[in-house]
Design a protein around this ligand. Sequence first.
Ligand code: ADP
Ligand code: MG
Length: 263
Amino acid sequence: MTSTNATPPAALALTDVTLTYPDGDTRLTALDHVSLTVAPAEFTAVVGPSGSGKSTLLAVAATLLTPDGGTVEIAGQDTAALTRAERTRLRRDRIGIVFQQANLIASLTAAEQLEVVGHLRGDRPGAARERARTLLAAVGLDNAKQRRRPHQLSGGERQRVNIARALYAEPAVLLVDEPTSALDHERGAQVLALLAAVTGAHRTGTVLVTHDAALLAGVDRILTMADGRLTGSGLPDQRPPRTSRRASAAAWADATSGTASTA
Ligand code: ADP
Ligand code: MG
Protein backbone atom coordinates (compact mmCIF):
# COMPACT_ATOMS: atom_id res chain seq x y z
CA MET A 1 0.00 0.00 0.00
CA THR A 2 1.39 3.40 -0.90
CA SER A 3 0.35 6.55 0.85
CA THR A 4 0.19 9.87 -0.90
CA ASN A 5 0.07 12.11 2.13
CA ALA A 6 3.12 13.10 4.18
CA THR A 7 2.26 11.20 7.36
CA PRO A 8 4.58 8.23 7.79
CA PRO A 9 2.74 4.93 8.11
CA ALA A 10 2.15 3.29 11.45
CA ALA A 11 4.84 0.80 12.44
CA LEU A 12 2.07 -1.71 13.09
CA ALA A 13 -1.63 -1.59 12.31
CA LEU A 14 -3.99 -4.42 13.19
CA THR A 15 -7.52 -3.75 12.02
CA ASP A 16 -10.49 -5.81 13.18
CA VAL A 17 -8.38 -8.94 13.57
CA THR A 18 -10.03 -12.21 14.53
CA LEU A 19 -8.13 -15.44 15.10
CA THR A 20 -9.57 -18.82 16.07
CA TYR A 21 -7.91 -22.12 17.01
CA PRO A 22 -9.47 -25.55 16.45
CA ASP A 23 -11.05 -26.72 19.72
CA GLY A 24 -12.64 -30.14 19.47
CA ASP A 25 -15.66 -29.82 17.20
CA THR A 26 -15.72 -26.04 17.43
CA ARG A 27 -13.21 -23.18 17.36
CA LEU A 28 -11.82 -21.14 20.19
CA THR A 29 -11.75 -17.41 19.53
CA ALA A 30 -8.34 -16.20 20.76
CA LEU A 31 -8.57 -12.74 19.15
CA ASP A 32 -11.99 -11.16 18.82
CA HIS A 33 -12.09 -8.15 16.47
CA VAL A 34 -8.89 -6.58 17.76
CA SER A 35 -7.65 -3.27 16.38
CA LEU A 36 -4.32 -1.79 17.42
CA THR A 37 -2.16 0.90 15.84
CA VAL A 38 1.37 1.62 17.04
CA ALA A 39 3.40 4.57 15.74
CA PRO A 40 7.16 4.60 15.21
CA ALA A 41 8.91 5.23 18.56
CA GLU A 42 5.75 4.40 20.50
CA PHE A 43 5.97 1.91 23.37
CA THR A 44 2.64 0.17 24.00
CA ALA A 45 2.02 -2.39 26.74
CA VAL A 46 -0.83 -4.89 26.62
CA VAL A 47 -1.77 -6.35 30.00
CA GLY A 48 -4.11 -9.26 30.57
CA PRO A 49 -4.43 -12.53 32.45
CA SER A 50 -3.02 -15.82 31.22
CA GLY A 51 -5.10 -17.15 28.33
CA SER A 52 -6.48 -13.75 27.32
CA GLY A 53 -4.80 -13.89 23.89
CA LYS A 54 -1.64 -11.83 24.36
CA SER A 55 0.82 -14.27 22.79
CA THR A 56 -1.60 -14.90 19.96
CA LEU A 57 -1.80 -11.14 19.36
CA LEU A 58 1.99 -10.98 19.00
CA ALA A 59 2.11 -14.07 16.77
CA VAL A 60 -0.40 -12.44 14.42
CA ALA A 61 1.49 -9.13 14.48
CA ALA A 62 4.68 -11.08 13.71
CA THR A 63 2.94 -12.69 10.68
CA LEU A 64 3.57 -16.12 12.25
CA LEU A 65 -0.20 -16.73 12.35
CA THR A 66 -2.60 -15.60 9.63
CA PRO A 67 -5.82 -14.16 11.04
CA ASP A 68 -9.26 -15.52 10.10
CA GLY A 69 -10.36 -11.94 9.47
CA GLY A 70 -9.00 -8.42 9.53
CA THR A 71 -5.74 -6.95 8.30
CA VAL A 72 -2.17 -6.72 9.54
CA GLU A 73 0.04 -3.94 8.20
CA ILE A 74 3.74 -3.59 8.95
CA ALA A 75 5.20 -0.17 8.14
CA GLY A 76 2.31 0.48 5.76
CA GLN A 77 2.51 -2.87 4.01
CA ASP A 78 -0.55 -5.13 4.02
CA THR A 79 0.81 -8.58 4.87
CA ALA A 80 -2.14 -10.45 3.33
CA ALA A 81 -0.88 -9.55 -0.13
CA LEU A 82 2.52 -11.18 0.44
CA THR A 83 3.69 -14.62 -0.58
CA ARG A 84 5.08 -16.93 2.08
CA ALA A 85 8.64 -16.09 1.04
CA GLU A 86 7.92 -12.35 1.12
CA ARG A 87 6.42 -12.72 4.58
CA THR A 88 9.54 -14.52 5.78
CA ARG A 89 11.69 -11.71 4.42
CA LEU A 90 9.45 -9.07 5.99
CA ARG A 91 9.77 -10.86 9.33
CA ARG A 92 13.55 -11.05 9.02
CA ASP A 93 14.04 -7.43 7.96
CA ARG A 94 11.25 -5.43 9.62
CA ILE A 95 10.07 -7.32 12.71
CA GLY A 96 12.06 -7.84 15.91
CA ILE A 97 10.74 -10.59 18.15
CA VAL A 98 11.60 -11.14 21.80
CA PHE A 99 9.61 -14.10 23.03
CA GLN A 100 9.40 -15.20 26.63
CA GLN A 101 11.11 -18.55 26.23
CA ALA A 102 14.88 -18.25 26.00
CA ASN A 103 15.24 -19.01 22.31
CA LEU A 104 18.99 -18.58 22.15
CA ILE A 105 21.10 -21.31 20.57
CA ALA A 106 22.88 -23.21 23.36
CA SER A 107 26.11 -23.83 21.44
CA LEU A 108 26.67 -20.23 20.32
CA THR A 109 28.23 -17.30 22.17
CA ALA A 110 26.23 -14.13 22.69
CA ALA A 111 28.06 -12.48 19.80
CA GLU A 112 27.43 -15.45 17.53
CA GLN A 113 23.68 -15.32 18.24
CA LEU A 114 23.68 -11.97 16.45
CA GLU A 115 26.23 -12.88 13.80
CA VAL A 116 23.93 -15.71 12.68
CA VAL A 117 21.29 -13.11 11.88
CA GLY A 118 23.84 -11.21 9.79
CA HIS A 119 24.79 -14.41 8.00
CA LEU A 120 21.13 -15.12 7.15
CA ARG A 121 20.81 -11.60 5.79
CA GLY A 122 23.93 -11.97 3.66
CA ASP A 123 26.00 -9.40 5.55
CA ARG A 124 29.79 -9.60 5.33
CA PRO A 125 31.19 -11.50 8.36
CA GLY A 126 33.25 -8.51 9.47
CA ALA A 127 30.25 -6.20 9.31
CA ALA A 128 28.09 -8.69 11.20
CA ARG A 129 30.75 -9.04 13.90
CA GLU A 130 30.98 -5.28 14.27
CA ARG A 131 27.21 -4.84 14.45
CA ALA A 132 26.95 -7.64 17.03
CA ARG A 133 29.65 -6.03 19.16
CA THR A 134 28.02 -2.60 18.98
CA LEU A 135 24.53 -3.81 19.85
CA LEU A 136 25.67 -6.08 22.67
CA ALA A 137 27.78 -3.32 24.19
CA ALA A 138 24.77 -0.99 23.98
CA VAL A 139 22.58 -3.44 25.91
CA GLY A 140 25.29 -3.67 28.57
CA LEU A 141 27.30 -6.80 27.74
CA ASP A 142 31.06 -6.23 27.85
CA ASN A 143 33.57 -8.06 25.64
CA ALA A 144 34.01 -10.97 28.05
CA LYS A 145 30.26 -11.57 28.30
CA GLN A 146 29.86 -11.33 24.54
CA ARG A 147 32.02 -14.47 24.34
CA ARG A 148 29.85 -16.46 26.76
CA ARG A 149 27.26 -19.06 25.86
CA PRO A 150 23.66 -18.78 27.14
CA HIS A 151 24.18 -21.07 30.18
CA GLN A 152 27.07 -18.81 31.29
CA LEU A 153 24.82 -15.73 31.36
CA SER A 154 22.16 -14.67 33.87
CA GLY A 155 18.49 -14.56 32.89
CA GLY A 156 18.65 -10.78 32.58
CA GLU A 157 21.73 -10.98 30.39
CA ARG A 158 20.13 -13.59 28.15
CA GLN A 159 17.14 -11.30 27.74
CA ARG A 160 19.54 -8.47 26.74
CA VAL A 161 21.06 -10.72 24.09
CA ASN A 162 17.53 -11.46 22.87
CA ILE A 163 16.78 -7.75 22.59
CA ALA A 164 20.08 -6.97 20.84
CA ARG A 165 19.44 -9.76 18.36
CA ALA A 166 15.92 -8.51 17.66
CA LEU A 167 17.40 -5.10 16.81
CA TYR A 168 20.01 -6.41 14.41
CA ALA A 169 18.00 -5.70 11.27
CA GLU A 170 16.66 -2.26 12.31
CA PRO A 171 13.08 -3.50 12.66
CA ALA A 172 10.07 -1.21 12.28
CA VAL A 173 8.21 -3.28 14.86
CA LEU A 174 9.49 -4.77 18.10
CA LEU A 175 7.27 -7.46 19.66
CA VAL A 176 8.06 -8.51 23.21
CA ASP A 177 6.33 -11.34 25.11
CA GLU A 178 6.59 -11.37 28.93
CA PRO A 179 10.27 -10.33 28.95
CA THR A 180 10.50 -10.00 32.72
CA SER A 181 8.61 -13.09 33.86
CA ALA A 182 11.83 -14.93 34.82
CA LEU A 183 13.56 -11.89 36.34
CA ASP A 184 13.57 -10.29 39.77
CA HIS A 185 12.07 -6.84 40.16
CA GLU A 186 15.26 -4.86 39.68
CA ARG A 187 16.45 -6.79 36.62
CA GLY A 188 12.93 -6.60 35.22
CA ALA A 189 12.89 -2.83 35.67
CA GLN A 190 16.26 -2.59 33.91
CA VAL A 191 14.98 -4.59 30.94
CA LEU A 192 11.93 -2.33 30.74
CA ALA A 193 14.14 0.77 30.80
CA LEU A 194 16.29 -0.75 28.07
CA LEU A 195 13.22 -1.42 25.91
CA ALA A 196 12.04 2.18 26.40
CA ALA A 197 15.46 3.50 25.34
CA VAL A 198 15.58 1.18 22.34
CA THR A 199 12.10 2.24 21.26
CA GLY A 200 13.11 5.90 21.26
CA ALA A 201 16.52 5.45 19.66
CA HIS A 202 15.56 2.97 16.94
CA ARG A 203 12.04 4.40 16.48
CA THR A 204 10.49 0.96 16.69
CA GLY A 205 6.78 0.58 17.24
CA THR A 206 7.10 -1.59 20.32
CA VAL A 207 4.40 -3.84 21.76
CA LEU A 208 5.09 -5.55 25.06
CA VAL A 209 2.59 -8.06 26.44
CA THR A 210 2.57 -9.14 30.06
CA HIS A 211 0.27 -10.46 32.77
CA ASP A 212 2.16 -8.30 35.28
CA ALA A 213 1.28 -4.61 35.31
CA ALA A 214 3.87 -3.82 38.00
CA LEU A 215 6.81 -2.96 35.77
CA LEU A 216 5.36 -0.64 33.19
CA ALA A 217 6.67 2.77 34.28
CA GLY A 218 8.45 3.51 30.99
CA VAL A 219 5.70 2.77 28.48
CA ASP A 220 3.61 5.32 26.57
CA ARG A 221 0.26 3.60 27.15
CA ILE A 222 -1.22 0.48 28.63
CA LEU A 223 -3.99 -1.46 26.90
CA THR A 224 -5.98 -4.18 28.63
CA MET A 225 -6.77 -7.54 27.10
CA ALA A 226 -9.48 -9.91 28.28
CA ASP A 227 -11.02 -12.90 26.49
CA GLY A 228 -9.40 -12.00 23.18
CA ARG A 229 -10.55 -8.39 23.23
CA LEU A 230 -8.65 -5.18 23.79
CA THR A 231 -10.90 -3.51 26.32
CA GLY A 232 -9.37 -0.36 27.67
CA SER A 233 -6.42 1.95 27.68
CA GLY A 234 -4.60 4.07 30.18
CA LEU A 235 -1.32 5.66 31.12
CA PRO A 236 1.23 4.06 33.41
CA ASP A 237 1.20 5.18 37.04
CA GLN A 238 4.76 6.46 37.21
CA ARG A 239 5.72 7.57 33.76
CA PRO A 240 9.27 8.96 33.77
CA PRO A 241 9.47 12.57 32.61
CA ARG A 242 10.00 12.92 28.86
CA THR A 243 13.40 14.50 29.46
CA SER A 244 14.74 11.37 31.14
CA ARG A 245 13.36 9.19 28.35
CA ARG A 246 14.99 11.46 25.80
CA ALA A 247 18.27 11.31 27.70
CA SER A 248 18.27 7.53 27.77
CA ALA A 249 17.41 7.38 24.07
CA ALA A 250 20.29 9.77 23.36
CA ALA A 251 22.66 7.65 25.45
CA TRP A 252 21.59 4.61 23.49
CA ALA A 253 22.04 6.39 20.16
CA ASP A 254 25.54 7.38 21.28
CA ALA A 255 26.38 3.83 22.22
CA THR A 256 25.23 2.46 18.88
CA SER A 257 26.35 5.33 16.68
CA GLY A 258 27.59 4.25 13.30
CA THR A 259 25.36 1.22 13.04
CA ALA A 260 22.17 2.44 14.67
CA SER A 261 19.16 3.87 12.93
CA THR A 262 19.83 6.98 10.89
CA ALA A 263 16.68 8.52 12.38
P1 ADP B 1 -1.87 -15.49 26.72
O1 ADP B 1 -0.58 -15.27 26.00
O2 ADP B 1 -2.58 -14.24 27.09
O3 ADP B 1 -1.70 -16.39 27.92
P2 ADP B 1 -2.59 -17.10 24.41
O4 ADP B 1 -2.59 -16.19 23.24
O5 ADP B 1 -1.42 -17.99 24.60
O6 ADP B 1 -2.87 -16.25 25.74
O7 ADP B 1 -3.88 -18.03 24.35
C1 ADP B 1 -5.19 -17.50 24.12
C2 ADP B 1 -6.18 -18.66 24.09
O8 ADP B 1 -5.91 -19.48 22.97
C3 ADP B 1 -6.09 -19.58 25.31
O9 ADP B 1 -7.39 -20.02 25.59
C4 ADP B 1 -5.22 -20.71 24.82
O10 ADP B 1 -5.52 -21.90 25.53
C5 ADP B 1 -5.60 -20.81 23.36
N1 ADP B 1 -4.49 -21.28 22.51
C6 ADP B 1 -3.26 -20.73 22.41
N2 ADP B 1 -2.51 -21.37 21.50
C7 ADP B 1 -3.28 -22.37 21.01
C8 ADP B 1 -3.08 -23.39 20.03
N3 ADP B 1 -1.92 -23.50 19.36
N4 ADP B 1 -4.11 -24.25 19.79
C9 ADP B 1 -5.27 -24.12 20.44
N5 ADP B 1 -5.54 -23.19 21.37
C10 ADP B 1 -4.56 -22.31 21.66
MG1 MG C 1 1.39 -15.80 26.53
